[in-house]
Design a protein around this ligand. Structure first.
Ligand SMILES: Nc1ncnc2c1ncn2[C@@H]1O[C@H](COP(=O)(O)OP(=O)(O)OP(=O)(O)O)[C@@H](O)[C@H]1O
Ligand SMILES: [Mg+2]
Length: 393
């Protein structure tokens, strides 16, 4: 593309203005952000489903002081169980659904080189869903845009130092990735955050690769070093085919490919699959076998009012078969508004999204997440029997 008429000075001016705009938007988000978002809470019926015991058994355990009693609100009504309290109850009843000895942790990358294909939204909602199920989850933000980090209430450029991201580990100045893992307000869910400077890892890895291509395995070995602490690791990669994305493909042992079904989206996902195949072939040649425990396509942001999209969702499984998950994530109006405030659908309230829309949105994400959770459980020998008794195997 020609740069005729656009001088570097003009571009610099544009950058300066854009940076000011970014600070303004961030500042607005900061001002709107609740000081301390309250934790999500679950009523007795929901808690009973999550804990896997009857409401009576839960009340009895509460009365005998074996499990915590939910806090009371201003009107003296119970506020509901926090996820922390649910997990205490699960430990007490022995119903927490973690992986057992002999089950390998699953490292799942949400992948598509196409920008805006719902990777971050999928990664964040899946991570939170799995934490609600009682798993120990690590969400790795590998995208210098830091969108996943933002969902956890951080303003990446202002609040996340480069030293707190994966960068020092990726460039070899840290030997253990544990320094980058931070807890979130979600019980059982930890985060490795990202900031804009993480982009520098693209250059650092590109330089290092000329000497030793095993640098592409660094992310993998960092995550492997954390394996004892987690059941599932979810990676949110950048929307580009760069060194970080290659490292993510190497680190992952399962791939979830997000696919919106607008006409261009579908075509670019097909190009992505093509490219991913070629890239994996050459990485395998360089570094040895790349094997995934599973690979699935998740149709996302489905607009059911669109005839084209509805037709596509019928056509796609006919051709791609069981590679496509049988449930799609529907488009939920207001999700981006909640996201600006650092809230997922699980945290959003009626002030963000109308009640019925929110309920439908959560149900849609839950259906998809449940399917993915089943695929994860299928990787764990200790879950085989329960999957069989649930009629899934
Ligand atoms: N199911 C959905 N319903 C409505 N909006 C959605 C849905 N999924 C994602 N979005 C919106 O689409 C936009 C892009 O989503 P997201 O940021 O998750 O994509 P991404 O693939 O991570 O983008 P990038 O490539 O820039 O990292 C966001 O504004 C998000 O709020
Ligand atoms: Mg993203």
């Amino acid at each position: 593309m020609s740069m005729r008429g656009v001088t570097l000075d003009q571009l610099a001016q544009l950058v300066e203005r854009a940076e000011r705009l970014r600070r303004l938007i961030h500042q607005t988000a900061m001002d709107e952000r609740p000081q301390e978002s309250p934790p999500i809470r679950f009523g007795l019926k929901e808690a009973s489903e999550l804990i896997g015991r009857s409401p009576t058994a839960i009340r009895d355990a509460e009365t005998s002081g074996k499990i915590p009693t939910p806090e009371l609100g201003d009107n003296k009504r119970r506020l509901g169980f926090t996820l922390d309290e649910i997990n205490v109850a699960r430990e007490y009843f022995g119903t927490r659904l973690c992986r057992q000895a002999g089950d390998e942790p699953v490292c799942l990358a949400v992948s598509n080189f196409k920008g805006g294909s719902s990777k971050t939204t999928t990664a964040v909602h899946l991570a939170q869903y799995l934490a609600i199920q009682g798993l120990r989850v690590l969400l790795v933000d590998a995208d210098s845009q830091g969108s996943a980090t933002q969902t956890f209430g951080y303003i990446p450029d202002d609040e996340i130092e480069l030293e707190a991201t994966m960068y020092p580990f990726l460039v070899g100045s840290e030997k253990d990735l544990r320094y980058a893992v931070r807890p979130t307000k979600w019980s059982g869910l930890s985060l490795i955050p990202a900031s804009l400077d993480l982009y520098g890892a693209e250059y650092a890895i590109a330089r290092a690769i000329t000497e030793d291509n095993r640098v592409l395995n660094r992310m993998r070995s960092g995550i492997a070093g954390l394996r004892d602490d987690f059941d599932v690791v979810i990676i949110d990669p950048p929307p580009a085919l760069g060194m970080i994305s290659l490292s993510v493909m190497r680190a992952a042992d399962a791939l979830l490919i997000t696919m919106p079904v607008g006409a261009y989206d579908l075509f670019s996902t097909i190009s992505y699959l093509n490219m991913a195949h070629q890239v994996l072939e050459s990485i395998t040649e360089m570094l040895g076998h790349t094997e995934y425990k599973f690979l699935r396509i998740l149709i996302t942001r489905l607009d059911e009012s669109s005839e084209v999209q509805s037709a596509m969702t019928e056509l796609i499984p006919e051709h791609l078969g069981s590679f496509v998950l049988p449930v799609a994530v529907k488009k939920t109006a207001g999700l981006d508004r909640a996201g600006m405030k650092g809230r997922s659908l699980y945290e959003a309230g009626p002030e963000d999204i109308p009640r019925q829309t929110l309920k439908r949105g959560i149900a849609s994400f839950n259906n998809a997440n449940e399917e993915i959770f089943r695929l994860i459980r299928r990787c764990w020998p200790s879950h085989m029997e329960s999957l069989r008794s649930e009629g899934i195997l």
